[in-house]
Design a protein around this ligand. Structure first.
Ligand SMILES: *Cc1c(COP(=O)(O)O)cnc(C)c1O
Length: 493
């Protein structure tokens, strides 16, 4: 199986090379040339545990990995780092099945891919005879940074540098990052917003002179960003896994279609669900849930993608995004895997901030439904579900939950539904608790943690417990112009 660039079909890579490179030339993304079909029945998958399902799915997409290599990566990633033995619990509340993707080290769904990416990347480096240390550069709006730090901490042959907007992340998110103990890690706040951090990282990546200099010193850059197929492929697994849990529990019969609802930002998570369906998972609708930054809702309604609008800060910050990078992969596929057509649309996005797809392309999106939830609706939903049976969801998951309610009201569709639950409520305690009762706003950040434990009956996760009194180890704050300088300082070159 080979991967091709969405902007130039002739540019190809094997899986391990695509993982090492992250991005193709000229901003293209690597996509599988053909999507392989699952070669184990859904009934048999229902008898497997998470690691076994992961192997059955990932071996089809990462064909240049040996069985031994891939099993080593999977078994190293999905182990007791997760606080539940089944890795991804599927729980029923408010008439839907929530796929709890937040039981990893940093209590957000990013852990699902970032706990395996370091193993995939170092294995890829070995396969391709890379002798340099791999330096991961990451800009984060909050969740990716800590998940990448936790994944790469003390992994031999790697270093990781994370940049976050000094005043743009939640208190728990910041504390998680600046207390990171890994010896090969570096964290800096920048005096700017997330876009500044992201642009700074991209500039460092594109500096060919710097790359040549670092190569001499034994380093090369790579990306832990969600455009890396090393993040996308592991995300396919939990859709197959959660579907087959419903089969195992007798909720559905193998072959029945289900709806999948995903709270969406960069379009990586929902794209993984789409790939799962192309591999044979029976899906009725992909329900793409947005917050007030509803570019995708408008896109699915009109066929026009238009990022020229106000950027709104919401209580679901990991979905505050106006350019959903991974949507490019879907655009490429609905254009008939036509890289020239896709490249033209992306050029238009780059130059004018918008593009318009043809009616033919739009027709191929009939399985997608776009919805959105406002800030008031998100808070109402958290309170509503809590009052029903005591289940407390985070703000991102609440966006999905509300959009699903609206979908049912609009369509009357009562197909069995899976909802991706992307973060623990402990990561966004203030928004979650004040949704239930505004009086909580009086309290301090860690008092709220204890209140949430009392209210939910769910033990404070380790990820939060360990930062209460943790020492702050990373104190660098820099201007966006100085990012390259601090990276050099970190590497000592
Ligand atoms: C990253 C993130 C999302 C959005 O996922 P995409 O793959 O970018 O669409 C949703 N919820 C949480 C909690 C996240 O961290």
């Amino acid at each position: 199986m080979i991967y091709r660039s969405t902007r130039n079909r002739e540019e190809t890579a094997e899986a391990s090379q695509a993982i090492l490179r992250g991005l193709a030339e000229n901003g293209g993304l690597f996509v599988p040339d053909e999507i392989p079909a699952l070669d184990v029945s859904l009934e048999d998958l229902a008898k497997m545990d998470y690691r076994e399902v992961a192997y059955s799915v990932m071996k089809l997409m990462l064909t240049d990995f040996t069985e031994e290599e891939l099993k080593y990566c999977i078994n190293s990633a999905y182990d007791s780092k997760f606080d539940v033995p089944d890795i991804v619990p599927v729980v029923k509340h408010h008439d839907a099945h929530y796929i709890e993707l937040f039981h990893g080290k940093t209590i957000a769904f990013k852990d699902m891919a970032l706990s395996i990416l370091p193993y995939l990347l170092t294995t890829s480096a070995k396969k391709n005879n890379i002798k340099n240390d791999i330096v991961i550069l990451t800009a984060t709006s909050g969740d990716t940074g800590k998940a990448a730090l936790a994944g790469f901490a003390d992994v031999p042959g790697t270093r990781i540098a994370v940049f976050y907007p000094k005043n743009g992340v939640s208190p728990v998110q910041e504390k998680q990052m600046v207390t990171e103990k890994g010896k090969n890690t570096f964290v800096a706040g920048i005096t700017g917003n997330f876009d500044d951090a992201q642009t700074g990282v991209k500039n460092i990546f594109q500096d060919k002179e710097l790359a040549a200099y670092l190569d001499e010193k034994g380093f090369q850059f790579s990306s832990a960003n969600s455009i890396n197929i090393g993040r996308l492929v592991p995300q396919i697994v939990y859709y197959v896994y959660s579907y087959t849990r419903l089969v195992k529990d007798g909720v559905i019969t193998a072959g029945d279609k289900v709806n999948v609802v995903v709270p969406t930002g960069n379009f990586g998570n929902i794209l993984a669900a789409y790939y799962a369906s192309l591999m044979g998972l029976p899906v009725n609708k992909f329900i793409c849930a947005s917050n007030d930054n509803k570019v995708l809702y408008d896109f699915f309604k009109t066929g026009v993608y238009d990022k020229n609008r106000e950027f709104i800060l919401t209580s679901s910050p990991s979905m505050d995004i106006l350019i959903s990078s991974n949507l490019e992969r879907l655009i490429y596929h609905i254009a008939g895997d036509d890289s020239a057509k896709n490249a033209a649309l992306m050029k238009s996005l780059n130059e004018t901030g918008r593009y318009d797809i043809t009616d033919d392309m739009k027709a191929k999106l009939d399985k997608f439904y776009g919805g959105y939830a406002t800030e008031d609706e998100v808070a109402d939903q958290i309170r509503l579900v809590y009052n029903e049976d005591g289940y407390i969801m985070d703000t991102h998951t609440a966006v999905a939950s509300r959009v699903y309610d609206k979908y049912k009201e609009e369509t009357g569709d009562n197909t069995v539904t899976l909802i991706a639950s992307t973060a623990s409520p402990y990561k966004f305690t203030r928004s979650v608790l004040t949704a239930i009762d505004p009086a909580y706003d009086e309290k301090g950040d860690f008092e709220l943690v204890d209140e949430l434990e009392k209210l939910s009956g769910v033990k404070v996760p380790n990820a939060v417990e360990e930062i209460r009194s943790a020492e702050i180890l990373h104190k660098t704050v820099c201007d966006k112009e100085d990012m390259e300088k601090v990276v050099r300082g970190f590497l000592g070159v």
